[in-house]
Design a protein around this ligand. Structure first.
Ligand SMILES: [Zn+2]
Length: 54
């Protein structure tokens, strides 16, 4: 089983778990969220460009 460190209590927890079994905090998924925002921003910029500059 792969392990990761809890973002809050720094104890080891199973990688597939989203909630820490030690402190009960939900782990942030920042990497995924930023990737989605970056793609969304690129898509919106692309749409605006094609709107204004043909
Ligand atoms: Zn924890």
């Amino acid at each position: 089983m792969e392990m990761k460190k809890c973002e809050f209590c720094k104890k080891e927890m199973p990688k597939q778990e989203n909630t820490c079994p030690h402190c009960g905090e939900e782990q942030p998924l920042m990497g995924c969220i930023y990737a989605v925002y970056a793609l969304l921003a690129l898509f919106i910029i692309g749409a605006f460009k094609s709107c204004f500059f043909g």
